[in-house]
Design a protein around this ligand. Structure first.
Ligand SMILES: NC(=O)C1=CN([C@@H]2O[C@H](COP(=O)(O)OP(=O)(O)OC[C@H]3O[C@@H](n4cnc5c(N)ncnc54)[C@H](OP(=O)(O)O)[C@@H]3O)[C@@H](O)[C@H]2O)[C@@H](O)CC1
Ligand SMILES: [K+]
Length: 504
């Protein structure tokens, strides 16, 4: 799914209005209907709603939602600024429509302190993507007061005060919501840690903006959605033999860090590589042969790996638990200098590469590197925030012709064309040692199965997150372990296969 900038969203609204054709207020009605319907389906424990409306189209939606919820039998109150703000034409129209409903009381913002907030859901329809300047004091005041309330909160389109495309100023006042019902597109700010903390759970509602315009508009940021995954995923063929599905070699493990190699190897196997090898130090022989009997052990040195031998037609995933000893570093660079095929580099492999900028240039083209923010900083330098980090990643991915999987709450797959794909599967149960090793195993396996690098990266991060979501359902974010994630990969493939092969 494309992520549109504010300007592109405005154009999409305008083109829809012109081409469909539909009036602006009827398009607002459609957006309000989809919001009211979602609220009706999902707010089973509440019968009371308090809706805060601003002066523009977002406020207009608020008025329409108020009317719709009231007609569904809910108790509804509305707050506006009665003193200063002038309502836009669209807002005025829906405000006037409200006045036919005597059961809906319209309050002024100054009455907030006296208002009874007991058991009511707060709906934020103050500002949408039209916020053009910092908030006026009156709105800041309202938002600050509402942020102190413990009531459930829903924002319409975007939490008021938040910008869609870029970072806010440090002291900006922003509505902190539990749910954001956003129209048509994810907004970039929902996907970055500094701003995403305001948007809560995001629900994208399809309001049928002009599809032709959406298709032809060029964007640089995307969200990985199910449609994209189904286009990439190739179900296993009936007459397959192991040779078709490639040879994955995990290179990792050192004395005391053998678990990382175990996790990567297991997840490579669970993802379907035809043959899986693990190159590890001898001290890991027993643990690897016991925990991963299906994998073939390749002997490294005694307690660390000192050389990586090139094997024909193999895809390498290097790094989990590898250690950063001098001899290992030498072995890694000797291998990388002569190796041409795309591979996966993670963890200690990246830590060794970050020792010298010139090492970056020997990463084979179209390889996938998977740094977390600290590893990224060691590789490419410090940035002020995650928006700048992504911009830097785009420049570096282009320059080095590689794919950077920037691990974060919403991991970003950054391509050598300077595009970013945000992954929205996964959860904070993955914020544990070992999760990255699993991703390395998955990516190596997909590359070995001849998925092109970008497709392997997109499918890999999605699969990893989806397996984590299944593990979370069973064990909770707190208790789930990386091994539980590996054990759920099979269930993700079951559901993918079902979707990919249902023809009748
Ligand atoms: N038909 C459509 O086009 C569709 C629109 N949709 C909906 O519309 C939303 C965008 O609507 P919008 O453009 O009217 O902007 P919105 O966010 O409501 O606020 C703008 C108003 O606030 C004012 N204002 C701005 N900054 C301010 C400040 N700091 N402090 C105080 N006031 C400030 C600004 O005044 P102005 O700057 O123009 O003087 C203007 O009056 C979008 O998010 C979605 O919810 C969707 O349903 C799809 C169909
Ligand atoms: K809003």
């Amino acid at each position: 799914m494309k992520i549109f900038t504010t300007d592109a969203i405005k154009k999409a609204d305008a083109v829809t209005i012109e081409k469909e054709p539909i009036s602006s207020v009827n398009l607002i009605e459609r957006a309000a209907e989809s919001s009211a319907y979602w609220i009706y389906l999902n707010c089973k424990n509440y019968t009371r709603f308090t809706i805060f409306c601003g002066p523009g189209k977002n406020g207009s939606e608020g008025f329409a939602i108020a009317r719709m919820l009231y007609l569904k039998g809910f108790d509804v109150d509305v707050f506006i600024d009665k003193s200063k703000s002038k309502l836009s034409d669209d807002a005025l129209l829906n405000f006037k429509r409200l006045q036919d409903f005597s059961g809906i009381t319209i309050y002024d913002f100054v009455e907030i302190d006296q208002y009874n907030f007991e058991k009511t859901v707060l709906v934020d329809a103050l500002f949408g993507v039209g916020l053009s300047q910092n908030l006026e004091v009156i709105y800041k005041d309202v938002i600050q007061k509402l942020n102190l309330k413990k009531n459930p909160k829903i924002s319409i389109d975007i939490p008021s005060g938040l910008f869609a495309n870029h970072l806010n100023e440090e002291n900006d006042i922003i509505f902190k919501t539990d749910y954001t019902l956003t129209f048509q597109f994810w907004k970039k700010s929902f996907l970055h840690p500094e701003t995403g903390i305001y948007s809560g759970e995001v629900v994208v509602l399809d309001i049928k903006l002009n599809q032709e315009f959406i298709d032809k508009t060029e964007t640089f940021d995307f969200v990985i959605d199910d449609d994209l995954i189904l286009k990439i995923f190739k179900p296993r063929e009936n007459f397959a033999h192991k040779g078709i599905y490639g040879k994955a070699i995990i290179v990792g493990g050192s004395y005391g860090k053998m678990g990382a190699a175990v996790l990567a190897t297991k997840s490579a196997m669970r993802t379907g590589s035809g043959l899986t090898f693990v190159l590890a130090p001898n001290c890991g022989y027993t643990v690897l042969q016991t925990t991963c009997p299906e994998a073939i052990f390749i002997e490294g040195c005694e307690k660390k790996i000192i050389q990586i031998e090139e094997q024909e037609n193999a895809v390498y995933g290097i790094g989990p638990g590898l250690g950063t000893e001098k001899e290992t570093e030498k072995g890694l660079f000797k291998f990388l200098k002569n190796h041409q095929k795309p591979l996966v580099l993670d963890a200690d492999a990246l830590n060794m590469i970050s020792k010298d900028e010139s090492y970056l240039k020997i990463i084979p083209k179209h390889s996938i590197i998977t740094p977390h923010p600290k590893e990224f900083e060691r590789l490419f330098g410090k940035t002020e925030n995650s928006f700048e980090r992504l911009d830097l990643a785009k420049r570096k991915a282009k320059e080095l012709e590689i794919i950077i999987v920037l691990k974060d709450h919403y991991t970003q797959v950054v391509t050598s064309e300077g595009l970013a794909f945000y992954n929205v599967t996964g959860n904070s149960g993955l914020a544990k040692g070992g999760s990255g090793d699993i991703l390395t195993g998955i990516l190596t396996s997909l590359l070995a199965q001849q998925y092109p690098s970008l497709e392997a990266a997109l499918l890999g991060v999605w699969l990893h997150g989806k397996a984590a979501d299944f593990a979370f359902e069973k064990y909770s974010r707190e208790a789930m372990q990386p091994t539980d994630v590996i054990n759920e990969i099979g269930n993700v493939f079951l559901s993918l296969n079902k979707k990919a092969t249902t023809k009748l």
